[in-house]
Write a protein that binds this ligand. Structure first.
Ligand code: FAD
Length: 286
């Protein structure tokens, strides 16, 4: 297997202790030379300042190429455009452009802001007018809960590429066939850009299940069984999580996938061990 390339996703910490954990994780993952790293934006735009601060600090103080997630929620076009200009001026040339989760949280009804960008494709077109950003977008092999069908999902993804997106990152999934079916349909619809698998590294199975239920991600019984009885054993859950993630990546790589995007949950250890199982180590990149 050819050694794959990777990117890492972090979220903005809520307090000083979590912040120190985030920077510790960033430092430990930096030597793996990810293609880029990204920082999410809280539901309802709730982490705006923190996300921007972390992204800019990454650009200034690390060798990493950071991407700021940016959403349409709770902001006017002018406000979003200003953020994009600030990013570009600070040397941040990458964004992940999303509609965003609604202010009341995942699963609640989305209402576009009256003066804002309504959907991701509008935001992408807006960002393209501001600068030549590298723009990642989200996509949903198991179909976004708001989309009526897989066909509609693919049409929406095509709109985002037509508006200027560079690549798509998938919602997390566990069945390789779900990804390949989506990829085939996207290619059949004329989408030629990369569709990167998003690989979840959440070892808290209860949390994982909650997220999967909200997003419509199916968890195979075989995987649920691996976590059975481990609620009080975080160490073994971590080992299981790295194994499950690496196994999924191997199965995707066997059919030609050569880049993975890891949802790190701000924890370096799980990403490091999964990468190692894929043959990625600092020396190999040196
Ligand atoms: P869109 O592509 O805009 O589409 C969402 C749905 O809206 C579509 O399925 C369709 O039903 C409908 N729609 C789209 N365009 C139109 C239109 N023109 N007219 C009518 N209906 C339309 N959320 C956050 O809040 N912060 C984050 O940092 C974040 N990061 C993410 C990273 C990744 C890799 C992924 C996959 C998701 C992320 N999300 C994040 C979640 C995302 O914001 C939600 O899934 C959101 O509900 C959809 O965002 P989108 O950009 O995919 O939406």
């Amino acid at each position: 297997m050819k050694t794959p390339t990777v990117s890492f996703e972090f979220f903005p910490p809520k307090n000083a202790e979590m912040e120190s954990k985030l920077w510790d994780s960033v430092k430990r993952l930096e030597p793996l030379a990810p293609s880029y790293v990204s920082v999410t934006y809280g539901a309802g735009g709730s982490t705006r300042e923190r996300t921007h601060g972390i992204v800019k600090k990454m650009a200034e103080e690390t060798s990493l190429k950071p991407a700021g997630h940016i959403t349409c929620v709770a902001a006017t076009k002018d406000e979003i455009d200003q953020v994009l200009r600030d990013y570009w001026d600070a040397g941040v040339k990458r964004v992940v452009a999303l509609r965003g989760d609604p202010t009341a949280g995942i699963g609640t009804r989305y209402e576009p802001h009256p003066g804002g960008y309504a959907y991701a494709n509008d935001l992408i077109a807006g960002a393209r007018k501001i600068a030549d950003f590298d723009i990642s977008v989200g996509c949903y092999p198991e179909v976004h809960p708001d989309a009526p069908s897989l066909k509609a999902e693919i049409e929406n993804l095509k709109r985002k590429f037509d508006a200027g997106a560079t690549r798509a990152i998938t919602q997390f999934f566990f069945y390789p066939d779900v990804y390949f079916k989506f990829l085939d349909q996207a290619r059949a619809a004329g989408i030629t850009q990369p569709i990167v698998p998003g690989i979840m590294l959440q070892s808290n199975f209860k949390g994982l299940k909650r997220m999967a239920d909200l997003c419509g991600t199916a968890i195979p019984t075989r995987i649920a069984d691996l976590y059975d009885g481990l609620d009080g054993d975080a160490e073994t859950r971590d080992l299981v999580t790295a194994h499950v993630a690496a196994e999924l990546c191997h199965r995707l790589a066997e059919q030609g996938v050569d880049h993975f995007h890891f949802y790190t949950m701000n924890r370096a250890g799980l990403s490091l061990s999964t990468c190692r199982l894929l043959g990625i180590k600092p020396e190999a990149k040196a």
